[in-house]
Design a protein around this ligand. Structure first.
Ligand SMILES: O=C(O)CCC(=O)C(=O)O
Ligand SMILES: [Fe+2]
Length: 189
């Protein structure tokens, strides 16, 4: 897929070379303490349809959907990625939400990454590893966009992105292997 951009969204296909992405996927698949996060919605608690891990510097506590996550320490490979992203983007990240979509039944529903601790105009750097999955954006001004995110692709959401769009990673009936996504963030304190 060609590089593509929308206001506040920047897709950089092949940001990591294929072999590096494959190696990283294999390491993180076994090296991250994956867990099921629970979402409180409409007075009920549901298991999220994916595995996740909140990684970050001490104190980078993340609150969402009635949960409070203390950060897990940085796996060395993820710490190196943070350094590379910080150097390239000239921005600081103190945390990552890692998600593992085991197969096409795992997904993430429509949402905005607009938790108050991310600040008004967060830069979120999202790295995809493993199977290609379709990422959807729904613009507040109308219109939908789909981006196939492949292993090694970087997707940046910046500026007003979280006000302008909702985003989702829908389920798919196609047979797909596991995918890992890392969203680097900065929690403000
Ligand atoms: O898996 C993805 O590409 C999206 C993940 C996401 O939206 C999030 O972690 O907030
Ligand atoms: Fe998100």
């Amino acid at each position: 897929m060609r590089a593509f951009s929308l206001p506040c969204i920047d897709h950089r296909p092949g940001w990591l070379p294929e072999a590096v992405a494959a190696n990283l996927f294999a390491q993180l698949r076994v090296g991250v303490p994956w867990e099921t996060h629970h979402i409180r919605m409409f007075g009920r608690t549901l298991a999220a349809p994916r595995l996740s891990c909140w990684i970050g510097d001490p104190g980078a506590v993340y609150r969402y959907c009635g949960n409070r996550f203390e950060p897990r320490p940085w796996p060395p490979a993820v710490a190196r990625l943070r350094e590379a992203l910080e150097a390239e983007l000239g921005a600081g990240f103190n945390s990552v939400l890692a998600n593992l979509y085991r197969d096409g039944r795992d997904a993430m529903g429509w949402h905005r990454d607009d938790e108050p601790e991310l600040g008004d105009a967060p830069l979120i750097a999202s790295l995809s590893l493993g199977a290609t999955r379709r990422f959807l954006l729904k613009a507040e001004a109308g219109g939908r966009h789909a981006i196939d995110l492949a292993a090694g692709d970087l997707l940046l959401m910046h500026g007003e992105s979280q006000r302008r769009y909702r985003h989702a990673l829908p389920r798919t009936a196609k047979p797909v292997g596991p995918r890992i996504n890392l969203t680097f963030r900065r929690i403000l304190r």
